[in-house]
Design a protein. Structure first.
Length: 165
């Protein structure tokens, strides 16, 4: 079976973040001056076992997630299983406040979609001077990583599958 690929939609050129403006919590990357970053308006199709890359994000005020969550304009506790999805999967808020099931490490966890991991923009103040997300990101709170039983020294990025709950 051929899997549909999501093709890049463009590139943006990195700008050097003003001093102290890029939040590097949870090993977040900062944009590099002049580097080209790929952007995506789509994500791979969702199936019963959609492959993705799980990353760690802070959803509380002042953390690397930046502004309040796009779905409800609120911050969320890192002890709550919440996620941000790449732009294509976020699909113009169509998954807002819906649950997805994330599977990795022989375990599953249900998490609520509260935000977008922007694949179309980045390297500006709205995005904490971080590059655009790839097209296959599930950006998750600490609670998701804990529920999956992943040792905290391995938090940051792992292969997962997910589906709508």
């Amino acid at each position: 079976m051929m899997t549909q690929q999501c093709r890049p939609s463009g590139k943006i050129r990195g700008k050097k973040p003003p001093p102290g403006e890029c939040n590097q919590e949870n090993d977040s990357d900062c944009c590099k001056e002049g580097k080209l970053y790929t952007t995506y308006k789509c994500s791979p199709p969702v199936s019963s076992h959609t492959k993705a890359w799980l990353t760690l994000n802070g959803f509380e005020a002042g953390q690397d997630g930046g502004a309040p969550s796009e779905c409800d304009n609120k911050y969320h506790s890192d002890d709550t299983p919440v996620v941000a999805l790449s732009t294509g999967w976020f699909n113009r808020k169509s998954r807002c406040l819906n649950n997805i099931t994330i599977t990795a490490n022989g375990r599953s966890v249900v998490a609520m979609v509260v935000d977008e991991c922007d694949s179309t923009m980045g390297c500006d103040s709205d995005h904490d001077y971080q590059p655009p997300c790839d097209d296959n990101i599930v950006d998750a709170s600490r609670a998701v990583w804990k529920a999956l039983g992943i040792p905290s020294d391995q938090w940051g990025g792992i292969d997962i599958t997910w589906t709508d709950a």
